[in-house]
Design a protein around this ligand. Sequence first.
Ligand code: S6P
Ligand code: ZN
Length: 191
Amino acid sequence: MLELQKYMASFDPETFEVAGAVAKKRYLSDLRGCFEDTSAYEAALATQDALLYQVTSIEPADGEGDLHYGIGVLMPGRIGNEYFMTKGHLHTWRGAAEIYIGLRGEGAILLEDESGGNGRLLPLRANQIVYVPGHTAHRTVNTGNVPLSYIGVYPARAGHDYAAIAARNFNHVVIKQNGKPVMQGRNAAVA
Ligand code: S6P
Ligand code: ZN
């Protein structure tokens, strides 16, 4: 029985918390340096160090061909015109791909090649599945008004390299422009 239990997980359909697992929480202060509008960031942080997202990682096995997965919940909101988002990362094993499955809410995944070029924005919402190829930095963005929930499935040995992104940030931002999400180059005039 115990052996089988490690291959199962149940999540709450409202909170997306997983029974028996601890969610890792990321607050506004954890994303220092990520948002383009630094004065809007400091003003928001001075008001409240808000919870931006939480991820529950499930790691049933660590063998060569095994998989891990995470259930994420990303809050709605913006810093200036830029939507709330995850820190974003490359996989330590650069070739590792990932599948994202949207569960609830309206969002998108920002992709960039390892070099920081070739920015792409793919929608993520219920019934939408996104394939993140290897060698691709990925960051999730909530473009809606309710929490965005999703599952990401990746190789057990993918690993998460946050340092590479912390050093250069993404070269593209996702902002609200005329009521809609738009991807543009960082440091372009903010509309
Ligand atoms: C893991 C996968 C997701 C993210 C989650 C939070 O490979 O891509 O589970 O961990 O979206 O984002 P981040 O960038 O803080 O790990
Ligand atoms: Zn990933």
